[in-house]
Write a protein that binds this ligand. Structure first.
Ligand SMILES: Cc1cc2nc3c(=O)[nH]c(=O)nc-3n(C[C@H](O)[C@H](O)[C@H](O)COP(=O)(O)O)c2cc1C
Length: 298
């Protein structure tokens, strides 16, 4: 058989996740409860929406895709994330009533970073953060839809964290080194992610999770994971390997495009039902109890 190489981190991640298997523990098991508490608030599930951006309205519907999935998050009582957008769009997201973390881009224009973070706090964001994995591009600094990005130093991140009362989430952590820096800087959470494969050969988030979890023992910082999450089994593996929660990503898009709010609600409900089933079949009653004792690798 011909050996085909790939540097595509999405494929590498999918293969790694599929190499993790789950054994059963049924005797004395109970029907699991998927509720979690994060940043002092109770949510129905550790499944979260992804920090998406630039979604127009689908199929001629009135709301943009961003407002539709945020409304679904509100109705499901799960934590909502959004990404790059201007303040007027974020205000519409807040109007959906979803508890939303706004992930601000690492703009070279630092005034814009601060303005977007302050605006988010002033209109009622649940949290704020930054995707630090969008700093570099092919020609040096990344340019996203015409806007230049810039390196973020520890001091800059510290000043954002100190400037807000809200939980601060650093998205795009993929090493123990960055995770420890985030903990030292006072971040409330990290999202372990390669941002759907920006870095060729990026390590699968689930491969690096156990090291990150071990390094953070005793530190008060939540660990969220994304990239390639499309089922309750994926979320279960994330929890087992050390995450507190997991965000779906492009797996949500077909349901969103086709059926809007109801499509996202039924997709996430299916993922959460699969998670509950897998937790029940492995003897874990609540998400925080899930550990890696039922995982096998092949
Ligand atoms: C249409 C689209 C827009 C996105 N916009 C952002 C963004 O503005 N900020 C951000 O941090 N991540 C953004 N992401 C990345 C997602 O938040 C997430 O990290 C990624 O999709 C996870 O990988 P997966 O799709 O394989 O699950 C975007 C992804 C997509 C598909």
């Amino acid at each position: 058989m011909e050996y085909k190489r790939t540097s595509d981190a999405n494929l590498i991640t999918a293969r790694y996740m599929d190499s993790i298997l789950i054994e059963q523990r049924l005797i004395d098991s109970v029907i699991a409860d998927t509720k979690i508490t994060i940043f002092g608030e109770e949510f129905s599930s550790p499944v979260m929406t992804p920090a998406f951006s630039h979604l127009k309205s689908f199929k001629g519907r009135d709301l943009t895709g961003l407002e539709e999935y945020s409304t679904a998050a509100k109705e499901l009582n799960i934590l909502n994330f959004v990404g790059m957008m201007e303040n007027d769009m974020f205000e519409k997201i807040i109007k959906t009533g979803a508890k939303t973390v706004r992930i601000v881009k690492p703009y070279a224009d630092n005034g814009k970073v601060r303005d977007q973070m302050q605006f988010a706090e002033s209109v009622g964001a649940f949290g704020i953060g930054m995707d630090i994995d969008h700093i570099f591009g092919e020609n040096g600094a990344d340019v996203v839809i015409g806007e230049e990005m810039a390196v973020q130093t520890s001091e800059m991140l510290r000043s954002y964290i100190e400037s807000t009362k809200l939980p601060f989430v650093v998205k795009g952590v993929l090493s123990v080194e960055d995770a420890m820096k985030c903990a030292d800087l006072g971040a409330a959470a990290i999202i372990v992610s390669h941002h759907h494969g920006r870095l060729p050969y990026a390590v699968p988030p689930m491969m690096v999770l156990p090291e990150i979890k071990a390094a953070l023992i005793g530190r008060d910082m939540k660990i969220i994971v994304d990239c390639g999450i499309e089922s309750g089994s994926d979320v279960y593996k994330a929890l087992a390997l050390g995450a507190d929660a997991a965000a779906v990503g492009r797996s949500m898009l077909p349901s969103l495009e086709e059926n809007g709010i109801e499509g996202v609600k039924s997709f996430i409900t299916k993922v959460n039902n699969e998670l509950r089933f897998t937790m029940s079949c492995t003897g874990f009653a609540t998400p925080e109890k899930v550990d890696d004792s039922c995982l096998k690798y092949y």
